[in-house]
Design a protein around this ligand. Structure first.
Ligand code: PAF
Length: 282
């Protein structure tokens, strides 16, 4: 499998592949690859002539140094998974120096307010970091199509906004959430949970499924109260936020409008490990 640690050699390798009618699919990741990542790659492989995967734990999107330090880094295992999936995948695993040229700081973006909700409120600066790295990766790779999981739905909307505002020529494609057998959304952070915590974390999707059932019958205030109570009864989990929001603006919904698409968003702390999930409601 072709592996590149620096952008110059990757760009040289990609240049002859950018001929007419050929396409480059791109899956950006921070590694610790799981089935959810592999599903994005399978879609890219099926839809494009070439597929590039990046593995880079981007320091500028972490507002919590402990979270950055503890983020799983499993490059050797990841390379084996990629090779098993398809040895033609092109891997870009850059160093911080290669991406940031000695200055690991974020650019400042205006995402029309999408950045001020949910993850943006609880992780200040996070989306400037995401915008910075995704824009740089798009500029280096110039993909035709880029694949993102819907678990990070706010990130997906922000990347679409960044692409539109910067007139980048890439199709941003959202892909369904992959879940473990107990319906916990797949995430690299799940590796940090104990077996028991991982099992108990199935409560998150159970609650979201019940929210979906309640959505047509109850007010969003009543549903939010019920969610808070469900976590109050569960001392191992701390609810960071729960909100029902408009999919397009990500603004919280107090009164439902039948012409809008809504989604529930949740972030929960289990033993200081942050888990997020989301479900479409209508
Ligand atoms: O979703 C992620 O893993 C990261 O936020 C991304 C898109 C790879 C940027 O670092």
């Amino acid at each position: 499998m072709p592996i590149f640690y620096g952008k110059a050699s990757l760009m040289d390798y990609l240049k002859p592949l950018k001929i007419s009618h050929s396409t480059i699919g791109f899956v950006p990741t921070m590694g610790a690859l799981h089935q959810g990542h592999l599903a994005l790659m399978q879609k890219s492989l099926a839809e494009n002539t070439n597929t590039v995967v990046s593995i880079f734990v981007n320091p500028t999107q972490f507002n919590n140094p402990e979270d950055l330090a503890k983020y799983p880094r499993t490059l050797d295992k990841d390379v084996k998974k990629l090779t098993n999936l398809d040895p033609n995948i092109i891997l870009y695993a850059p160093t911080v120096e290669d991406i940031y040229d000695g200055k690991p700081v974020s650019e400042s973006f205006d995402f029309d307010g999408l950045e001020n909700q949910m993850e943006g409120k609880f992780r200040p600066g996070h989306f400037n970091g995401v915008g910075t790295i995704v824009k740089r990766l798009f500029e280096i790779i110039e993909p035709t199509n880029a694949y993102f999981g819907e678990k990070d739905f706010q990130q997906l909307q922000i990347v679409k906004k960044m692409v539109a505002k910067n007139h980048l020529k890439v199709n941003v494609i959202g892909c369904p959430i992959y879940r473990e057998a107990n319906e916990l959304a797949m995430s690299s952070r799940n590796e940090r949970l104990s077996v028991q915590e991982r099992e108990e974390a199935s409560i998150i999707y159970k609650i979201l499924s019940s929210v979906k059932e309640q959505f047509s019958k109850n007010s969003t205030a009543k549903i939010s109260e019920w969610v808070q109570k469900s976590f109050d009864n569960n001392p191992n989990f701390t609810l960071e936020y729960f909100t029902i929001a408009d999919e397009a603006t990500l603004l919280s919904c107090s009164r439902k409008n039948k012409n809008k698409k809504y989604r529930a968003f949740i972030a929960v702390l289990v033993n200081n490990i942050r888990l997020i999930d989301t479900i479409s409601l209508n």
